[in-house]
Every structure is written in C-alpha cells, then in structure tokens.
Design a protein around this ligand. Structure first.
Ligand SMILES: NC(=O)c1ccc[n+]([C@@H]2O[C@H](COP(=O)([O-])OP(=O)(O)OC[C@H]3O[C@@H](n4cnc5c(N)ncnc54)[C@H](O)[C@@H]3O)[C@@H](O)[C@H]2O)c1
Ligand SMILES: O=C(O)[C@H](O)COP(=O)(O)O
Length: 407
C-alpha cells in the first residue's frame, strides 16, 4: 500500500490513563504509535493541558471526559474506554465532534460475576467480621445467623452480560434466581423474570445490582426500596456508585433491617490509590467494601487491553468504526490501489448530495455511509491520483467535521 498520504504512524500520540494493561501498550507500540501510559486518572485541568496534541485517549471508569476537555482536544481521533461503562465520557459531545468512543462490552463481566458469588458466601457466613476479629486476636466461633446459600434466593437487577452469567453461577450453587430488567431478556436456566422492581425487592434473600449509570438508575435504591426488602436481606452493588443511596443503606445496616451488604462502587471515587478514603459505610456490620475491583483481574484486563486497542487500531488504520458506542458503525474491505477518504459530517439533508457531486467526477471503487442523530460517517475508496484533491474538496464542505485520507 502507498503510505504517502496517511498521517505518519510515528506521529500518532496515544495517552492512556488508569493503568491500562500492557497488552494494549504493546499493540500500539507495534503499530509505531507514540504511547504515554499513566497509572492514575487525571483531573480535568490536567487532561486539558495534555490533550492538545493527543490523537487517542484511553481511560477506565474513573476519568471524566467532559465537553471542556473535548473542546481542547483538537487532534483527538478516538476515545477508548478500557472497561464496560462509558458513562464517564460525554458521549453526546464526543459524537458532535466526530469522535468515536470504543469500549469492551463484556471482557470483565465474568470477573464481576465471580466476585459477587464470593461475596454472597462471605456475607452469608459473616466471613468479613470473623476474619477481622481473628486479625485482632479474637476467636469468635459461632453459627448464629450464618447460613448456606443453597436454597436461598437471589434477585438480579439488570440481566445483561454480568447479571445473566451470575444467574447461571448462582443456580449452580443451588440458589433460586429471579431478575428485573427494563428490556426483555431470555431467562437462563430456571431463572424467573419479575414484572416490576418491587416484586423483586420484596422476595429475595440476596439482591444484586448490575445496571449502567443512567437517568433511570441513579438513586434507584433508596429508603423506600430498602424498606420494601425483607428484614435480613443482603444487598450487593458492583454496578455504579450513584445507583444506591448510601446514607439509607448505612442506616438500614445499622438498624439491622439489612443483614449485610457488599459495595464495590461509590458516588465519588479517588483518581488514584490513597490512604484517607472515607464512606458512611465504614464500620457498618457485616459490610464488605472493595475499591472498584469487580473487573480487576489479570484475565479481564489483558482481554480488555487487546480488544479495545484492536478496535482503535482498526479505526486509525482503516476507518472501521464497528464496536463504537456513540458513532455510526461503518466498515469496508480494502480496495487495492486506491486511497481511502473518511468523512465525518453533520447529519443534515443535502450533505450526501454535496459529497457525491464531488465523488461523481472521479473513479470510486467503494463507498459506505451510515448516520446517527447528529452525524454521518462515509468511507470512500477513490482513485489514488485524485485522492488529495477529493479530500480537500470534501473537507471544505460546510458540514464536514473531520476528513482524513488513508494509504
Ligand atoms: N464494579 C466493576 O468493576 C464493574 C465491572 C463491569 C461493569 N460494571 C458496571 O456494571 C454495569 C452492567 O454491566 P453489564 O456488562 O452487565 O452491562 P449490560 O449492558 O450487559 O447489562 C445491563 C443491563 O441493565 C439493564 N438496565 C438498564 N437500565 C435498567 C433499569 N433502570 N432497571 C433495570 N434494568 C436496567 C439493561 O437493559 C441491561 O440488560 C456496567 O454498565 C458498569 O457500569 C462494573
Ligand atoms: O465499567 C467497568 O467495566 C467497570 O466499572 C470496571 O472499571 P475499571 O476498569 O475502572 O476497573
């Protein structure tokens, strides 16, 4: 392939935050890209300072990518969320600027499901308190209010990649499973769908949350929902921190209404490891607190690193946007001895006519277009002799947001 027109690969700058797995760094280095990897997240003002000449930003669940950051990111081609959640990125603002956001929709879902199974047993046998006592030289052997999980009931809120895997694992441990979801989901094994949230809350020994952070889920478990749960229920949250109203959870634990809880996510979380982090849940009985480690296994992080870096490399090298969460998904096989024009434009009537008026003067061997609410994305393989002229004409159109030329 003639690489005279593509942006030189060794000039492409990638900034990775939050200790993204070395598998991703290796993939980017193998492409000849420049990579800077930082183990922590960064506050908005620091990212604004660094983002000016960055082409790809990689992050996990902590880093907030705001419109203010995107306004400063005039070279940014793509964002990679090396995790499942993408609520930390202003997806609307990224779309408007023609910046695709890629994520890894399920590589760490098994890790979360296994953590929840472990925590259900730990809570049911009060292992957290027993272990803490042993470290304090206290021998406290007792079976009171300690139970097997076989024959107990698990209510899953959010029956997606994590919830459904958890359903199968819980049934394998002898639990009965019900779930509540706003979408129709295939019940796996003998699990039962609850018609509404209330019926799930009032009928399960263990209740676990596996929903995204959305307008609908923020604060969805508050005082009323906790009071709907039977006395002695256990609550687990490894979804997003704003889903459960912590003060009401802490009160229910201290009053004895809830028998225990396991929390992995919090309304606000530190940008890096620290020694002074506080939550109202500290000191509550039979309470397991973990620092957002649901997806933190070697297996999950390596798989995520490979998956998301592959998606980004493919977008940089061929314009393929499959796997993005906020962008029209377009891919097109390579056409030999052509140059590839990538154009992202405002999705307005007449734009395609203007582009095709330009392309119609030249030999086009392939063209694919897809649109979303705000933007359209077109890939066209054109005569390499005319590609620079075509790129300039399309780039100059009033509704063009970004136009690239490859090969
Ligand atoms: N603690 C961690 O380390 C960790 C790891 C991975 C994912 N997560 C979080 O868990 C969430 C779920 O992950 P997933 O892979 O299962 O996502 P998913 O998209 O596969 O499943 C989410 C499910 O929740 C349902 N849902 C959405 N809004 C709902 C509502 N208001 N009521 C009931 N159900 C609702 C959806 O229909 C979907 O079935 C992610 O969005 C992420 O925020 C946390
Ligand atoms: O969204 C996710 O996948 C989880 O919250 C994991 O986030 P992390 O990669 O920051 O651990």
């Amino acid at each position: 392939m003639d690489t005279t027109t593509s942006f030189p690969k060794d000039k492409i700058k990638i900034l990775l935050l939050e200790n993204i797995h070395s598998a991703a760094i290796k993939q980017f280095n193998d492409q000849g890209f420049q990579v800077e990897s930082i183990s922590s997240s960064l506050p908005e003002e620091k990212i604004i300072e660094k983002i000016k000449d960055v082409h790809v930003l990689g992050l996990r669940s902590k880093t907030k990518v705001t419109e203010k950051i995107l306004d400063a990111a005039n070279r940014l081609l793509a964002i990679g969320c090396f995790c499942i959640g993408t609520d930390q990125v202003d997806l609307h603002a990224a779309e408007k600027r023609g910046i695709p956001v890629f994520n890894s929709p399920f590589c760490n879902s098994r890790s979360v499901a296994e953590l929840i199974i472990a925590e259900i047993i730990i809570l049911s046998r009060k292992l957290g308190d027993r272990s803490k006592e042993m470290h304090e030289k206290k021998w406290r052997k007792e079976s009171k209010a300690c139970h097997e999980i076989r024959g107990k009931s698990l209510g899953i809120i959010g029956y997606g990649h994590i919830g459904s895997q958890l359903s199968v694992l819980a049934e394998a441990m002898g639990m009965s499973v019900s779930y509540y979801d706003i979408a129709r989901r295939l019940p796996l094994g003998n699990s039962k769908m609850c018609p509404d949230l209330k019926s799930l809350l009032e009928s399960n020994n263990f209740i676990t949350l596996h929903v995204p952070d959305t307008e609908l889920t923020r604060g969805m478990i508050g005082e009323e929902e906790i009071n709907t749960m039977k006395k002695g229920t256990y609550l687990l949250n490894a979804s997003r921190g704003k889903v459960v109203q912590i003060p009401h959870l802490a009160a229910a634990l201290r009053s004895g209404h809830l028998a225990g809880c396991a929390v992995d996510v919090y309304p606000s979380e530190p940008e890096a490891n620290c020694d002074d982090w506080e939550t109202e849940l500290q000191g509550c009985p039979n309470t397991i607190l973990t620092p957002h480690i649901g997806g933190s296994t070697e297996e999950a992080q390596e798989a995520i690193g490979l998956e998301v870096s592959d998606l980004i490399i493919s977008f940089i090298n061929s314009g393929a946007s499959a796997g993005s969460v906020n962008f029209p998904e377009v891919t097109m096989p390579y056409s030999p001895s052509t140059h590839r024009i990538l154009n992202i434009h405002n999705n307005k009537p007449g734009v395609l006519r203007d582009i095709n008026n330009i392309l119609s003067e030249f030999n086009v061997s392939g063209q694919v277009l897809s649109t979303r609410k705000q933007i359209g994305y077109i890939i066209a393989d054109v005569d390499s002799k005319a590609s620079k002229e075509i790129k300039k004409k399309i780039s100059d159109l009033p509704n063009s947001i970004r136009t690239r030329i490859l090969y």
